[in-house]
Design a protein around this ligand. Structure first.
Ligand SMILES: Nc1ncnc2c1ncn2[C@@H]1O[C@H](COP(=O)(O)OP(=O)(O)OP(=O)(O)O)[C@@H](O)[C@H]1O
Length: 238
């Protein structure tokens, strides 16, 4: 079954249609990149798929659960239990240590951390020696790796990442991309990542291209050159 499904999703703002009848299935256990020009609807799609934003028409399913059928309380619980989010700006709590940030979603949910899993996640992000540091004492790349660990800790059905390398230099960005790739390959994690960066998209198993709120292209195993070509000539690709 697809991890996430959008069926005929539209989202309109007063002066613009951000999503125009988008239907897409996100494969389980794979990394999907979402690309497209500025304003094409990438973040809106991610937010609608993650239940962070409502749709005007159509439906979004996480597994077999239709998000549109949930009241606010159930939606909050589903986001908490089934969805991980990685933001461009890390969004760590500045007063908490790295370790406390990682387990925060579990604490908020009143769940006690599964020690073995937390240790595995921390090992995967390579921050075992930085666990007592607060975000200000970590580099951007390290902060983002903490954010990835935080997204993974509740074993979500999907991790959504919105420009996860957007605030990082290329070396730190490469580290975060390699980490997301490892999450897919080692943990079978489903990852959906919005990016402007063809190199980032090159780490994905699939690249979806948006333009004017519509999916205009869908590339399996995207190579960096192929992605660049599509971004340079998106109209031809449509
Ligand atoms: N809250 C909002 N109110 C009004 N219009 C909005 C709102 N959020 C997004 N939009 C509009 O919807 C369209 C899609 O925006 P979105 O942020 O999804 O694009 P994007 O592809 O992620 O862009 P970028 O790459 O610049 O982040 C844009 O025209 C944007 O101006």
């Amino acid at each position: 079954m697809a991890a996430v499904r959008a069926v005929g999703v539209s989202k309109r703002y007063p002066t613009v249609t951000a999503l125009d009848d988008v239907s897409v299935e996100i494969d389980t256990g794979r990394m999907t990149a979402v690309l497209g020009p500025s304003g094409s609807g990438k973040s809106t799609l991610l937010h609608c798929l993650a239940g962070l934003d409502t749709v005007d028409s159509g439906a979004v399913y996480i597994g077999d659960v239709n998000l549109c059928g949930l009241d606010e309380r159930r939606l909050t619980r589903l986001r908490r239990d089934r969805i991980g989010f990685v933001f461009q700006s890390f969004n760590l709590v500045p007063t908490l240590t790295a370790a406390e940030n990682v387990v925060l979603p579990l604490r908020l949910a009143g769940r006690s951390p599964e020690r073995a899993w937390v240790a595995r996640v921390i090992d995967a992000v390579g921050l075992a020696d930085r666990l007592g540091h607060r975000p200000a004492e970590l580099s951007g790349g390290q902060q983002q790796r903490v954010a990835v660990a935080r997204a993974l800790v509740a074993r979500p059905a999907v991790v959504f990442a919105d420009e996860p390398t957007g605030n990082l230099d290329s070396l730190a960005g490469a580290g975060v991309l390699a980490l997301l790739r490892r999450c897919v390959d080692e943990f079978g994690q489903t990852v959906v990542m919005v990016t402007h960066d063809p190199i980032a998209a090159g780490h994905a198993d699939r690249a979806l291209f948006l333009r004017d709120g519509r999916v205009v292209d869908d590339l399996p195993s995207p190579g960096v050159e192929q992605v660049l070509e599509r971004l340079r000539a998106p109209r031809a690709a449509a």
